[in-house]
Design a protein around this ligand. Structure first.
Ligand code: SAH
Length: 371
């Protein structure tokens, strides 16, 4: 099967999978699979084993140009460079924080912008990657969805974020964990996300076990079921943020049409089919969902479930009226959860000074450019 556009075609074409072409009119190589590249090579008289070599160069060899693929014949490198782009986006801004966190604002070929982050914690090298330009979920405290959603990212655009972050590591370090917690709702872009995670898991790709990959969702039950049907033991994190429908619907507007009950049921089904412990996320907003009553109600909701409760103090977003709770409120909340036997993790805030909460860097790019 050859599903790629004709080389040097005058009009930019999308591949048959409906993915967008790169801005140059060439095909985004990261939107292809290794077998698709094999077919392309075969059609042009190159040995198909070269596909594996190219893939190794992309993922293990950290190549960003075909010229760097020094064990490929020169003619093949030229053919590849005429047909494909490896990277189609550019880095609009890079910020580094004192704790080692690095954040890239990626400008896509069509001018859209997304963010991705590299976090260093002991020997862990985790990356947080975006799945959409903007977000349609409308969580009231989050910077990503303030202007709604523009479009889904292609598989290749998601992989490109992973590779750009990988390239920031010294040669002897490798990426260990991936969290789909950047901009967007990953389960609203399942084809793009699953395709990218295939490459992340592949032994000839980034070689990261699905047990070290977390998909964070606002909680879309049919999509959670579709994810479960893949049969791949990704970790699922569900953004709960409130213990009851009244409060959750205020903070997470999509909850009005869904409701906590169906979200929890879908999460339970995911737990049963994947065998992976669930994570629930709870952003603590001062004076809104951080009361002792909320904490107690939350312990009732979690009773009987095998979960890790990830409590995240709010990272303030300019222009929004929400605040980080006081340290007192945070520790009271923590004590109540812990006393009830809930596994709870209070996430350290990393990269605060570089706007590491999702959507913030893009939001603040105007002021960044002035710095
Ligand atoms: N759409 C997915 C991924 C979003 S980002 C989801 O809803 O899970 C990952 C987490 O960061 C979500 O729990 C999200 O609610 C949270 N978040 C968003 N903005 C935040 C902020 N300003 N401070 C702290 N957490 C935030």
């Amino acid at each position: 099967m050859s599903s790629l556009p004709v080389i040097n075609s005058a009009t930019p074409q999308a591949s048959e999978s409906g993915e967008q072409p790169a801005g140059s009119g060439k095909t985004h190589l990261l939107n292809q699979t290794e077998p698709e590249l094999r077919d392309w090579l075969k059609d042009r008289g190159h040995p198909s084993f070269r596909a594996k070599q190219v893939w190794r160069w992309l993922f293990a060899g950290r190549a960003s140009t075909f010229d760097q693929m020094t064990d490929l014949p020169a003619k093949l490198r030229t053919d590849l460079a005429e047909a494909f782009d490896i990277f189609v986006a550019s880095e609009a801004h890079l910020s580094k924080s004192r704790d080692g966190t690095e954040k890239i604002l990626v400008r896509l070929a069509d001018g859209g912008e997304v963010e991705c982050v590299l976090l260093k914690d002991g020997i862990r090298r985790s990356i947080c990657v975006s799945s959409q330009v903007g977000c349609a979920m409308g969580c009231v405290f989050c910077a990503s969805g303030l202007d709604g959603v523009d479009r889904n990212l292609t598989k290749g655009e998601i992989i490109e974020q992973m590779l750009r972050l990988q390239h920031r590591l010294p040669d002897e370090e490798r990426l260990s964990h991936i969290v789909m917690m950047g901009m967007g709702e990953p389960l609203a872009n399942l084809p793009g996300v699953l395709g990218a995670l295939d490459a992340a898991r592949d032994a000839n790709g980034l070689g990261i076990s699905p047990r070290r990959i977390t998909i964070s969702t606002v909680g879309l039950p049919p999509a959670i079921d579709r994810l479960a049907q893949q049969g791949i033991p990704y970790n699922l994190a569900v953004s709960l943020h409130a213990p009851n429908d009244e409060l959750r619907s205020q903070l997470v507007p999509v909850n009005q049409k869904i409701g906590i009950g169906p979200v929890l049921d879908a999460a339970d089904r995911y737990f049963v089919s994947s065998g992976r412990r669930l994570t629930f996320e709870y952003v603590l907003l001062g004076g809104i969902n951080d009361s002792e009553d909320c904490a107690r109600e939350l312990t009732d909701v979690l009773k009987g479930r095998t979960v890790m409760m990830n409590v995240i103090p709010y990272n303030p977003v300019e222009g929004l009226p929400y605040v980080t709770p006081s340290n007192e409120a945070i520790s009271r909340f923590k004590q109540i959860l812990e006393a009830s036997g809930v596994n709870v993790m209070f996430r350290q805030r990393k990269g605060d000074e570089i706007d590491a909460a999702c959507g913030q860097l893009r939001r603040n790019r105007g002021s960044l450019n002035k710095k």
